[in-house]
Design a binder for this molecule. Structure first.
Ligand SMILES: *Cc1c(COP(=O)(O)O)cnc(C)c1O
Length: 421
């Protein structure tokens, strides 16, 4: 049977079984072993030398983590994945696998706050600089690329701006210039969109969010789509790996050099939780998207709400791209604007069901005031570029019954402006 023709829902469960268990168990055992023994010295040497496959030490590879990596690679249609301790560890590893001192990144400007801080502050101290461009302005990427550019970085859905870059158009620029296109697909998930199909070279995820879904583990992963020719002159540090490993050059370098040396490995226990979580991605995303669409419509029609941003609304500037690019919905994130910060706080404090916390992609509906939390260190100009203002609330819509989510927001909106008792 042609397993590549399976639908996403089927792929999630069957495409890449997490590690097969010898006794026929359908759930992957957790390999809580730091290291792996060999019968002979020759056997261990062969694994170290890369002549034989095998596990040595769980900082580099582990059977349970490998099962999770195979699942993500299958979901994204890639040739392989390397899992890391967090989404930030995955982004850091991918960047350091491509760029060194004197090199540059071209990045969309509406990216996740942690990634922005990495690019804007931390990496600068190590000689890697980033040129930020308007994330949906395809020509701006072309103009920003220099001989030193090693990575074009973009997110499929900006957050909290919720802008929708045209990945195929940006990929065409990347191809024309011979630069790697890395796409953070955390917010869209492979349920809505596989960046590979639009020409992306690397796909990066924080698996702490929708992929796992349950809000009980932190993790990240880098997937190579197999499209980039690693023998090119721009990536001279990969030439030797390309001779030995061909199109697996980057993944081998990432695992056996960068991740081995940096040490940000994923725990087998977290890999187990996230392998389990991802099995239900399709049904969760269907409900997330349906609930978000209903909530967006409710909020857009509410007299106290001054604006709603949701890519599924026809008036959203990215709606046409989202409709063409995504399948199955428009995601679970939306933002609303109220009168001012005080009203946002009153609204958040009046919610009974939605939780106020710094996460997204949980099963539960979450709200947060970005300007006073994860965006609090940004300048006024940076806030404008990222679409953050004092009157903005972000909602990560959960999988509760839509009527309950709406009723919760409705009662809190109704109380706005009334005397707080
Ligand atoms: C959360 C997030 C990250 C960082 O992931 P962690 O697992 O929290 O380190 C990166 N990118 C996006 C889009 C995110 O939402």
């Amino acid at each position: 049977m042609n397993t590549r023709a399976w639908h996403r829902e089927t792929m999630l469960l069957h495409a890449a079984p997490a590690q097969e268990s010898r006794d026929g168990g359908t759930v992957s055992p957790i390999a809580l072993s730091s290291s792996f023994a060999y019968e002979t010295a020759e056997g261990l040497e062969a694994v170290f030398a890369g002549r034989e496959p095998g596990y040595v030490y769980s900082r580099i590879a582990n059977p349970t983590v490998a099962g999770f990596e195979r699942r993500i690679a299958a979901l994204e249609g890639g040739i392989g994945s390397v899992a890391c301790a967090s989404g930030m560890a995955a982004i850091t590893a991918a960047v350091l696998g491509l760029a060194g001192a004197g090199d540059e990144i071209v990045s969309g400007n509406s990216i996740f706050g942690g990634t922005y801080s990495l690019f804007r502050q931390t990496l600068v101290r190590y000689g890697i600089t980033t040129r930020f461009v308007e994330a949906t302005d395809v020509d701006a990427y072309r103009r920003a690329i220099t001989d030193r550019t090693k990575l074009i970085f973009v997110e499929t859905v900006g957050n909290p701006k919720l802008d929708i870059p045209d990945i195929a158009a940006i990929a065409a620029v990347a191809r024309e210039k011979g630069v790697v296109l890395g796409v953070d697909n955390t917010v869209a998930t492979p349920f809505l969109f596989q960046p590979r199909t639009a020409g992306a070279d690397l796909v990066i995820h924080s698996t702490s969010k929708f992929l796992n879904g349950h809000g009980n583990a932190i993790g990240g992963v880098v997937t190579d789509c197999g499209s980039f020719d690693w023998s090119g002159p721009r990536y001279g540090h990969l030439a030797a790996h390309h001779k030995r490993a061909g199109r697996l050059a980057f993944l081998v370098y990432l695992r056996n050099q960068i991740c081995r040396d940096l040490g940000g490995c994923l725990s087998p226990f977290n890999a187990f939780l996230m392998s389990t979580g991802v099995e239900t991605l399709a049904v969760r995303m269907e409900r997330h998207c349906a609930n978000a669409a209903r909530l967006a419509e409710f909020l857009a029609a509410h007299p106290r709400v001054r604006g709603v941003r949701y890519p599924g609304l026809a008036g959203h500037p990215g709606h046409a791209v989202a409709r063409r690019q995504f399948t199955g919905g428009y995601g679970a994130l939306l933002t609303l604007r109220l009168a001012d910060k005080a009203e946002c706080y009153q609204f958040i404090n009046g919610l009974a069901l939605a939780r106020d916390l710094a996460n997204l992609g949980d099963l539960r509906t979450l709200v947060i005031h970005p300007a006073s939390t994860f965006c609090r260190d940004l300048s006024g100009d940076e806030c404008r570029a990222m679409g953050v203002s004092d009157d903005l609330v972000r909602v990560s819509v959960g999988i509760e019954h839509a009527d309950d989510i709406i009723a919760d927001m409705e009662q809190s909106l109704a109380a706005l402006g009334k005397e707080e008792t």
